[in-house]
Design a protein around this ligand. Sequence first.
Ligand code: BES
Ligand code: MN
Ligand code: MN
Length: 482
Amino acid sequence: MFAQFRADTQVCPYIGQSLRMSLYDSLDRYVEESRPRFEEWLGRLVEIPTVSMDPARRNDMWRGAEVAVGCLTSLGAQATIVETGGYPLVVGGWTQDPAWPTVTVYNHLDVQPAMEPEWTREPFKFTVEGEHYHGRGATDDKGPALTALLAARYAAEHGVRLNIQFVWELEEEIGSPHFAEGLAKAMNFRKPDSVVVSDTIWLAGGRPAAPYGLRGNLAARLILETARREAHSGLTGGVARNPLTELAAVLAACVDAKTGRVTIPGFYKSVRPLGKTDRAQFLRSGFQVKTFAAAHQLTKLRVRDRMEVMKRLWAEPTFEVHGFVGGYTGPGVKTSIPPRAEAKVSMRLVPAQDPAAIFRIFRAYVRKLNPDVHVEAHGMLRPYVADLGGPYAEAVRKALRFGFGKEPAFIREGGSIGAVVTMAKRWKVPVMFLGLSLPEHGYHAPNERFDWGQASGGMKAFVAYFDEVSRITGKTQGSRTA
Ligand code: BES
Ligand code: MN
Ligand code: MN
């Protein structure tokens, strides 16, 4: 009698009818048993300094790709390296039956530089302290990549009828310049029915977020040279042009330092006002200014009004100065005039700002302000916004509820992921976000970390997501970019 009862029609007590008991029976045990393996592979990946913007790390990029292939194959997945004109992609997974739906899982394995003086450990040495995993790239984005991978293996080995193909990028942190080329070159990589990206951040610990939009980005360097070498200011001061002073003036003309309002003429022309739905989603998100400021260790803010803060973070453009290079930086004051200066800036963009158009007005404006400043673009990423709702959003909701006992807030986020826009445009399929990072994990910050709570809950969430998505059929909503 019981033997006839089909396991896959039983009801999962946690989340209702849709989940099969047979799939979930041994999941908790699998997650616990996966821990040593997870830690071992995360350690291996973190200890390779895959800093995509540092030319000195060039060899490490391929070493990272090879270790990633080893990780996939040791778990029973197929895997290959796809070369591009830049750093390669790693693609692989379990593609078992062309009749089943296919999901593409996106993560990146390149990381940001780790030169901040506040690091209390070696950034590229992996350390486990209880539940915490320390090292550059632990949360952005190596930990989430391995979490999704271990979940995919479980799903593939426990009868989830879904093809799961991973794409791991090694140029995300420099704006994904060869991502489209890599996808085009990847053999056996088919057009998926949907994409899931695990590279975003929760509102706070215990408060999952699933973005339906990201900001775009336009990065640039401003370079000004006024002499061939440094000169004594007693001998040349008053006559020699000072590149640091002049660049400071250019920057001051681009943004109001107090309010953050961008003062490049025409910059806001195509910015759309915040929609009703966005506003409602933001309001009900549970975002808290205090928690936000504490997680990022911000000691002073421009504004404190909750709605104003969310709007500025997720739906308004910015102009930031990231670095100002030149002159004397040693102890004391050396009274010389520097020969050159450089400013590193970027602008976060929102729908419907076009990065190329913004770059043109920015360059023209800088030329007008100071014709000797050389302006160089460093990556242009479009903003992204998708439709809210639909079966894939429902799958994300169920998955996070299953993995963490909490439903996500559907909001927009302020960061940028170039590959997202590329995939949405190329395949015109839903691109969903199942991020696992917490604000206090420190994206790009000193003492970056990930933790087992997010990894173990994340594995369960991903298994539930794969299960849900395997049963979505028919024509579904697309996604749009702005
Ligand atoms: N994971 C982030 C993107 C992100 C940040 C999403 C915050 C959601 C919230 C990604 O790795 C990243 O840092 N992207 C860069 C891209 C840039 C260098 C072109 C970014 O946003 O600065
Ligand atoms: Mn990332
Ligand atoms: Mn990043």
